[in-house]
Design a protein around this ligand. Sequence first.
Ligand code: ARG
Length: 457
Amino acid sequence: MSHVRSRFDKPADELVIKYTTSLPFDWRLYREDIRGSIAHARMLAKQGIIDPEDALAIIKGLVEIELEITDGKFEFKPEMEDIHMAVEARLKAKIGEAAGRLHTARSRNDQVATDLRLYLKDVLTWTIESAKSLQEAFVGLAEKHIGVALPGYTHLQPAQPILLAHHYLAYFEMFQRDRERFTDCLERTDVLPLGSGALAGVAYDIDRGFVARELGFRSISRNSLDAVSDRDFVVEFMAAASLAMMHLSRLSEELVIWSGAEFGFIEIDDAYATGSSIMPQKKNPDVAELCRGKTGRVYGHLMALLTMLKGLPLAYNRDLQEDKEAVFDTADTLLLSLKVVTGMMQTIKVKPDRMLKSVDRSFLLATDLADYLVKRGEVFRNAHGIVGRLVSYCVKEGKTFPELTLDEYRLFSPLFCEDVFELTAGTSIDSKDNPGGTARRRVEEAIAAARTLLEES
Ligand code: ARG
């Protein structure tokens, strides 16, 4: 019978053990759990709460257990409720009675909250690094393709010419905001709950500041009830992860569209594409599709956690154990997605000719023609109407703007002169010369600013 069941007359039902155990998934917290326990044991000895010899035996035993787990030699017994119980039971088997002193002035409630925060701090640090690598890939692409023009879209209908670099830098901005959100979340995750006990605090003269320093926490929690029941930091992480996945998913959707034969703007590197089991000619963008698909999983975890939390009275409730699989899967999915998409972007092949062809074909200069008339005295709304009729004429005649004669232009407005033929995608792009615009000069400035931002943070 488990060592926490002395007040019971019989062991737990087998199904109950299966239903309640978190060991099959929370074993992943073993490093954090052992780190936390070592810091706790040190503090207990320093404060004279346990003997230094016992503390030494505990620490030595814990270090060995970590190695056993890392080397795959640790036996995870299914009757153990969770990783915390599994480690403590093993410690008891190794060092005997002294193991029982480790849990002095501690509850699994403040222990698990501490483990989870340690885990998430690591995840957040890796996430911030990975998001930065992806941003670097976008800046690299923007520099490499600075001269390439692309149709910009609204409603997925060709709208106005832009620089491809400008498009890439839009993603740089999204992942900059993501990085800021994760950094912000890290600040609130970086708080030590240990010392809160089960809910009320503990009846020993502990030194929480010491434990915080040992474990690298910036501060200690201020309220024991809140500390053991708070999972806001996990929700924040999942919300920030959902936004980052949404950005990855939008990018993925564009890669799927752009790599399709009808667009042909890019080619995904062979290493990041897959084939078909029946159609030999196929080269499919499965990585992008899976990234788009996995985004739904991450949203689901966020909803699951928010829903799990909404009815919980203070303080700890076992429902909280349900946070584990959600947070692990969110972290795994997000980190892997960031890495694989970064690799895919770094190896992407751009086809500037295909982009330019679309720019020339799609009446993208219609707004520029309206602006042309406005600059010669026409009212914008009238200019809009004139160019609209001009486009309708072209569609009926099967012509593009460059194929029109000046006489044809003048059928629609006497303000059109010979210099209308000087309008190109390039002049259109460079005319968007405001902060945040797609003019080459502005985009070059934006690249330099992005580089500085990456160097500074
Ligand atoms: N496995 C539990 C969890 O993940 C640990 C805390 C258990 N505490 C308790 N009082 N049953 O939340």
